[in-house]
Design a binder for this molecule. Structure first.
Ligand code: 4YB
Length: 453
């Protein structure tokens, strides 16, 4: 049972234990608490108060982590924002989200008509009361069409997410988790809440190459492509014990290689609305994502994965109102296709991605799973192109090692998938499609292909 902001509890319980490392900086919980208090007082002196909508636009810096915690402590409703989102999108989006202030720590800054906050310290009132049921964060979803939605979570929901994960992944106060994914995504925020729950050490990359920071940590959350790149490097980080994977299909070939290199892999599945992970398992060579964690329930209805969880968003925030994320029974309809296989959940792909080619249904993820099992392919997107005869046909866009010969790929696929699934063309993935998020948007790959045609 937590009775105060978790960082305050830590500062009381173990004031001199190491809380955070960022480059040359090491702070104990007492240091951290002091910085959060003075910064929160500074925000309150600038007018931030309970329920105020505040945008935090930043990369994963030390100031961003401190501001995240300090703004929560003021009772604000905090929206961490991807600095790479285009200005026009931010304009449109933020106008609906009741934003009173913006703390812009990114370069170049956004030119918006929102009062700016600055980082300043004060010695004054520094905390709103501890109310775990208050809306604390808005996290933008990465929907395939239209404007992203703002999933509103309480601190209680974030803590419930952390509790579920920590029942399966060993993570104690002697361990350290790298803030390896962005704070504007649930996967980054999930790292913070696990760190606070376990009273462990949070490590920030701050001024060091990613691999160097990773080498000093016991834990990290990675998307599959990050782990592929890590394994390609010359040295695998020595201290790294546990990696939580998620966000996209997790190839068993990947976890197999990582486990042989001495890294324990955990395969997770979750969404923005569920404040990250809801199912997880230790990698075991099979393609599933395990079973529901404590406090979470998963069921399949008409092939769709439905989730009921104590970490669920309280609603989507828009113009001062919350609209439901779940049905009347509390179930979130994920639009992910799934099935139970050998007692665990298997994710087939997004229902919305299904298309038809010559009357045959194609789930692009079925082809992508096979493509990424090729030793030279790191990431694959299969999207439909219009075709007079077939209606639509699949093409593949690949993030692959130099030297891969596309002309040989269909031959390689020939004994692995049926002919109607073979891509009719292959393209290299353009770097410009990455928008600083944790994954590349399939819609942007599709638009890029349509423009080529
Ligand atoms: C998947 C998938 C899977 C999600 N197989 N499709 O802390 C974590 O859980 C974590 C650790 C490392 C990397 C990412 C995470 C996450 O939180 C991921 C959460 C996430 O991706 N949320 S999202 O809203 O951006 O996207 C959700 C969608 O992503 C799902 O609806 C699925 O379609 C897909 N996805 N995990 C296959 N293991």
């Amino acid at each position: 049972m937590i009775n105060d902001w978790p960082w305050r509890e830590r500062a009381n319980l173990s004031p001199f234990a190491v809380a955070l490392k960022a480059g040359d900086i090491t702070w104990c919980w007492r240091d951290l608490q002091h910085r959060i208090d003075t910064l929160a007082a500074g925000f309150m002196a600038q007018g931030v108060g309970e329920g105020a909508g505040v945008v935090l636009r930043s990369k994963n810096t030390l100031d961003a982590v401190l501001s995240y915690l300090a703004l929560l402590q003021t009772g604000a409703r905090l929206l961490p924002l991807n600095p790479q989102l285009p200005q026009a999108l931010c304009d449109e989006l933020l106008s609906q989200l009741d934003i009173a202030f913006m703390l812009d720590l990114a370069e170049p800054g956004l030119l918006l008509n929102i009062p700016a906050l600055t980082l300043q310290n004060a010695c004054w009132i520094s905390s709103a009361g501890w109310q775990p049921q208050r809306i604390a964060t808005l996290t933008l979803t990465s929907g395939s069409s239209g404007l992203p939605k703002a999933a509103a979570h309480t601190v209680a929901a974030h803590l419930a997410s952390a509790a579920g994960v920590l029942k399966v992944i060993p993570f104690t106060c002697n361990d350290s988790w790298l803030l390896s994914l962005p704070l504007f995504h649930v996967s980054g925020q999930g790292i913070l809440w696990r760190w606070l729950t376990a009273g462990a050490t949070l490590v920030l990359t701050e001024g060091q190459p990613f691999e160097v920071a990773l080498a000093s940590c016991s834990h990290a959350s990675l998307v599959p492509t990050q782990l592929w790149r890590l394994l390609q490097g010359t040295a695998v980080p020595e201290k790294l014990k546990d990696v939580l994977l998620g966000g996209a299909q997790i190839p068993p070939e990947l976890t197999g290689q990582a486990e042989s290199a001495g890294i324990r892999c955990w395969c997770g599945y979750g969404l923005t609305e569920t404040a990250s992970t809801v199912t997880a398992k230790r990698a075991d060579g099979r393609a599933g994502v395990g079973q529901a964690l404590a406090g979470k329930e998963v069921k399949i209805a008409d092939q769709e994965i439905l989730i009921r969880t104590d970490s669920l968003a309280s609603g989507y925030w828009k113009n001062g109102q919350l609209s439901p994320v779940a049905d009347a029974g509390g179930w979130l309809h994920t639009r992910d296709r799934g099935e139970w296989r050998d007692g665990e959940l298997l994710i087939a792909g997004r229902l919305d991605n299904l298309f038809f080619s010559g009357g045959e249904g194609i789930q692009p993820e079925d082809i992508e799973k096979v493509l990424v099992s090729h030793p030279q392919v790191l990431q694959a997107f299969v999207v439909p192109v219009e075709d007079e005869q077939f209606g639509q046909r699949p093409v593949a866009v690949l993030d692959a090692q130099a030297g891969l010969r596309y002309e040989e790929l269909n031959l390689w696929l020939s004994n692995k998938i049926p002919r109607f699934q073979w891509p009719v063309a292959y393209y290299p993935l353009p770097v410009a499609l990455s928008q600083g998020g944790i994954k590349i948007s399939r819609a942007s790959v599709r638009r890029w292909i349509e423009r080529l045609a």
